[in-house]
Design a protein around this ligand. Structure first.
Ligand SMILES: Cc1cc2nc3c(=O)[nH]c(=O)nc-3n(C[C@H](O)[C@H](O)[C@H](O)COP(=O)(O)O)c2cc1C
Length: 172
């Protein structure tokens, strides 16, 4: 798949067909996530793949942003203690969420290349998700990504162009 076509064609999908996803496919898209860059090559991201529908249902009760019935939900997490050990306060506060977002974008694009739909979800109660997924004390969920067989073809929301790009200096 052409990279530019994937970048432009990927959409946030919130309606899924009720189909499970092969574990091998989930492993491939997580592998793609781990090929993202990370600050200082810290790789302090952690991924929890949830496929049990009962657990996904529980996640939904504490995640207003998690919409539809996805076949899987991937919690993109960070081990903040490891991030701090690697990159001190900058590692914990800035690099960790940046790295998680980079990994998540790889995941979205890889899933799209597999014919799957995804939606990034930031609207969830962190403590409740951490409890449901039995995350260790130092591991923080940064984003949830729903993954499933798409049952809709959303229109692309328009992209802003005015005032977004500046050459050489702001306003240039
Ligand atoms: C950091 C982040 C958080 C988001 N959180 C949610 C969310 O909680 N629920 C949701 O339905 N969509 C969420 N989205 C998806 C955005 O609404 C979506 O990416 C945006 O409308 C652009 O649409 P597109 O992804 O189809 O290009 C989130 C996206 C990002 C990048």
């Amino acid at each position: 798949m052409d990279l530019y076509a994937a970048i432009r064609g990927r959409r946030s999908v919130r309606r899924f067909a009720s189909a499970s996803i092969e574990p091998a496919v989930l492993e491939r898209i997580i592998d793609a996530a781990t090929w993202a860059p990370s600050g200082g090559n810290a790789q302090t991201w952690r991924f929890v793949i949830v496929t049990e529908q009962a657990r996904i249902a529980k996640l939904k009760t504490v995640s207003p942003g998690l919409i539809g019935e996805p076949g899987a939900v991937v919690a993109v997490c960070q081990d903040l203690a490891a991030a701090r050990a690697k990159g001190s306060a900058l590692g914990e506060v800035l690099l960790a969420p940046c790295d998680a977002a980079m990994a998540a974008q790889n995941l979205l694009l890889a899933a799209y290349a597999e014919g799957l739909g995804t939606c990034t979800v930031a609207s969830f109660t962190h403590r409740a998700v951490a409890r449901l997924l039995k995350l260790p004390e130092t591991v923080e969920p940064i984003l949830l990504v729903s993954v499933g067989v798409p049952d809709e073809t959303p229109k692309a929301p328009a992209r802003k162009t005015e005032g977004i790009v500046h050459w050489e200096v702001y306003g240039g």
